[in-house]
Write a protein that binds this ligand. Structure first.
Ligand SMILES: Nc1ncnc2c1ncn2[C@@H]1O[C@H](COP(=O)(O)OP(=O)(O)O)[C@@H](O)[C@H]1O
Ligand SMILES: [Mg+2]
Length: 352
């Protein structure tokens, strides 16, 4: 839309500018030398609200950083960027506004192009949080190791009993660091492959049996019965066998670790021929999980009970890895649990 005040002689230019602006998918507004908004495309009006054309830009935009940048473009001909944030109901939207001086006849205007950088900022925030979490997770065992090395060099040098005890602790902490690094590498690998769907054919029944076999000793140690159902039925699906094995291992390991209060862990394969998805349920009858935690369980480093997870050597990354692998297979993970009733982790995978 054009300001009514535009001079008759400028009308042609005005229409041309308006046409150009309306062809740009970004929100764009043009401020004239008289500080009034001269034109705005539809995306621009969507941000500022309707009826802004003709108003003083300071009334329409109101954010000091952007106003100063427009001022500089109009008076000094400077091109610069400014942030602009629209507070929203659920989340705020952040824009990077590039303000460029443009000649308008004898005078100078300021063209403001708004670029939505909300997503980029969230990604940046996510990365910073992730790096901070990883550093924290590594620092804790590292501090323990450094402390014990000092002790072994000094006070405990000639005490064989203490030396053995400290070395065991050091071994455990080094193991923790090594598992963390392994999990981080798995995670980054799956993330990198997430868009390439695996094509090799995997025999799921065989996989479930193999996964169960590898956990028999751990189940016996925990005093749990490990029950396997449905693996007499053959089911081949497109998949990455190593990664699907990782999914099963993470879920069974969790069921054994956190379901130890119960008596049984069940692995059940449901693969009816007439359904598009097959399903693997890993069920325990341990303490279960409060509903408020369920949506967050697959977040990196999210643990219901920090102390318990660490105590059991957990990295907090297992379910994040599971989620990414399942999503690479175009499947889905469903978690059902309530306190006192155990937990059920269901992996749905497309049959073809
Ligand atoms: N079967 C389960 N029963 C109860 N809580 C569970 C179960 N599986 C996972 N959890 C909870 O989910 C959290 C995240 O699991 P995971 O990502 O595998 O990390 P980790 O096992 O290293 O702690 C665990 O710390 C635990 O609190
Ligand atoms: Mg785990």
């Amino acid at each position: 839309m054009w300001a009514e005040t535009a001079l008759e002689a400028d009308k042609l230019d005005a229409r041309l500018i308006q046409t150009i602006l309306s062809g740009i998918p970004l929100p764009v507004i043009l401020v004239g030398a008289d500080d009034r908004i001269l034109a705005a495309n539809a995306a621009g009006e969507a941000i500022l609200g309707p009826g802004q054309v003709g108003r003083h830009h300071a009334l329409a935009l109101r954010q000091p950083a952007l106003l100063a940048t427009i001022e500089a473009a109009l008076r000094a001909g400077t091109r610069a960027e400014a942030p602009y944030v629209i507070p929203g109901h659920s989340h705020e939207v952040s824009y990077r506004v590039t303000v460029s001086p443009v000649p308008l006849g004898e005078a100078r205007g300021a063209l403001c192009a708004f670029e939505d950088i909300t997503e980029q900022e969230l990604v940046g925030q996510f990365r910073r949080d992730f790096v901070a979490n990883v550093s924290h997770e590594l620092r804790t065992p590292l501090t323990t190791l450094v402390g014990f090395i000092e002790t072994l060099k000094g006070a405990a040098r000639d005490d064989p009993a203490a030396r053995d005890r400290f070395l065991s602790i050091m071994e455990r902490e080094a193991g923790r660091m090594s598992r963390l690094v392994d999990d981080l590498l798995s995670l980054s690998k799956v993330e990198a492959q997430e868009r390439q769907r695996p094509t090799a054919l995997v025999n799921v029944a065989e996989l479930v049996n193999a996964a169960a076999a590898s956990f028999r000793p751990a189940a016996v140690d925990a005093g749990l019965e490990l029950e396997i159902l449905g693996t007499d039925r053959q089911a081949r699906i497109p998949g990455d066998a190593d990664q699907l094995m990782q999914v099963l291992q993470n879920l069974i390991e969790n069921a054994i670790k956190y379901g130890a209060a119960g008596s049984r862990v069940t692995l059940a394969l449901h693969a009816p021929n007439d359904e598009a998805m097959l399903r693997i349920d890993v069920t325990d009858d341990g303490d279960g999980i409060e509903p408020m935690h369920l949506p967050r369980l697959t977040e990196r480093f999210y643990r219901v009970d920090d102390h318990r997870s660490r105590d059991k050597g957990g990295t907090g990354l297992g379910l994040a890895i599971v989620k990414h692998i399942v999503s690479r297979h175009r499947g889905r993970l469903d978690i059902g649990s309530a306190p006192g009733t155990g937990a059920r982790f269901s992996v749905f995978l497309p049959r073809n």
